[in-house]
Design a protein. Structure first.
Length: 130
């Protein structure tokens, strides 16, 4: 397997940045456009969600407002077939019922590069306080 090129890494970084921007802006349709049909969301407070429809339903605009997402120690590695992006996240959010900002932590773990870069798995929580 060939190593990732600098161009591959830059493209993954751009997609990752777009993901964060879309998530903070509440642009769920744009988020799902970045995802493969077999996306998996592993929230810490619920069973894993499999597939675009299930993940989209979980991420649909609701009572949670994301204020910001801090990325800690982003690392990209892989080959010309599979890339792994790992990073720590601290998400600050509030709910319609309680405007007090709270925080959640999570990790995004894998991307696949078959034909185009798509997110194939994530465990980034959207609304679980810690």
């Amino acid at each position: 397997m060939d190593e990732l090129t600098e161009a591959d890494v830059r493209k993954i970084e751009q997609i990752h940045s777009s993901w964060i921007e879309f998530e903070v802006a509440g642009e769920d349709h744009n988020l799902m456009a970045l995802c493969a049909d077999d996306i998996e969301l592993w929230p810490p407070d619920a069973q894993p969600l499999l597939g675009r429809a299930a993940v989209s339903a979980r991420m649909a605009p609701g009572n949670t407002r994301i204020h910001c997402i801090e990325i800690i120690e982003r690392r990209i590695r892989g080959s010309n077939e599979v890339a792994y992006l790992t990073a720590g996240y601290k998400t600050t959010f509030s709910s319609a019922e309680d405007s007090t900002p709270r925080q959640a932590r999570g990790t995004l773990v894998s991307w696949s590069l078959w034909g185009r870069a798509v997110v194939s798995g994530t465990s980034h929580p959207l609304s679980v306080p810690q």
